[in-house]
Design a protein around this ligand. Structure first.
Ligand SMILES: C[S@@+](CC[C@H](N)C(=O)[O-])C[C@H]1O[C@@H](n2cnc3c(N)ncnc32)[C@H](O)[C@@H]1O
Length: 228
């Protein structure tokens, strides 16, 4: 099943499953990442793969007057986002993160939460996120990671055996939640991903572990001058 259809199929239970399967930690992770994104309260900011707009809403919570654009290619995810963003300065755009419909240097910063793992060409997605950000702006990525040691083993058991069962049962799409665990395990280790961010043209790249490294918050900056 293609990624877009998969997200369309799990959309109605997406928010509930996020809260349940992360024991509410996902709210804290998004809040942390948005704090890293905001360099000014003015905006505009771009939330890539916005889904049901939780990150876009967190941006307007922390910077109430700033304009936010949420981009996603899954129609049903965006339909669920619409009532949630009512009255907020958020605009939803349907489009592909690998070929964004925005000019260069449009946003003060761009962020993607739990979306980059699904991009068929991650480097291209990162280049796009950097392209649309003004020099000096930040590019922030929130993504699951596989923690080392004992925590990693417990996490593996949970991700491999428990999460796909609960996710499959409640969403009606068991494949989507076994895909989640497979794609997290196939995601590159933090240092390799940081190198990819640097290859996309970002500077001062760092990986900040959250909750024992279950999730990583990657931060990079678009340089003022590109090396020639
Ligand atoms: C796991 S959800 C994350 C949603 C949201 N960022 C959050 O924090 O809850 C991943 C989202 O990425 C979107 N997505 C995946 N690949 C995409 C692409 N190439 N272009 C646009 N959206 C994409 C999916 O449609 C889905 O809504």
């Amino acid at each position: 099943m293609a990624i877009r259809e998969m997200f369309d199929s799990i959309a109605p239970r997406y928010d509930l499953l996020n809260r349940l399967l992360s024991a509410g930690r996902d709210i804290h992770w998004r809040r942390f990442a948005v704090k890293k994104l905001l360099t000014s309260l003015e905006g505009p900011y771009l939330d890539v793969a916005t889904g049901t707009a939780d990150v876009a809403l967190e941006i307007t919570k922390q910077a109430p007057t700033c304009r936010v654009v949420g981009l996603d290619f899954a129609f049903r995810m965006l339909e669920l986002a619409k009532p949630k963003i009512a009255g907020q300065p958020i605009e939803l755009v349907r489009g592909d993160a690998l070929a964004m419909p925005f000019p260069d240097n449009t946003f003060l910063g761009s962020i993607v939460a739990y979306g980059v793992r699904n991009f068929p060409d991650r480097l291209q997605g990162l280049k796009e996120m950097a392209r649309v950000v003004k020099p000096g702006g930040r590019v922030v990525i929130l993504e699951f990671s596989t923690p080392p040691g004992l925590v990693g083993e417990v996490y593996h058991l949970y991700f491999h055996h428990i999460l796909p069962r609960i996710g499959g049962l409640l969403s009606g799409n068991p494949r989507a939640y076994s895909y989640l665990h497979e794609s997290v395990e196939a995601f590159p280790p933090p240092q390799v991903f940081c190198d990819m961010m640097a290859e996309a043209g970002l500077a001062r790249v760092r990986a900040l572990p959250l909750t024992f490294g279950i999730t990583m918050c990657y931060v990079g900056e678009k340089p003022w001058h590109t090396e020639t």
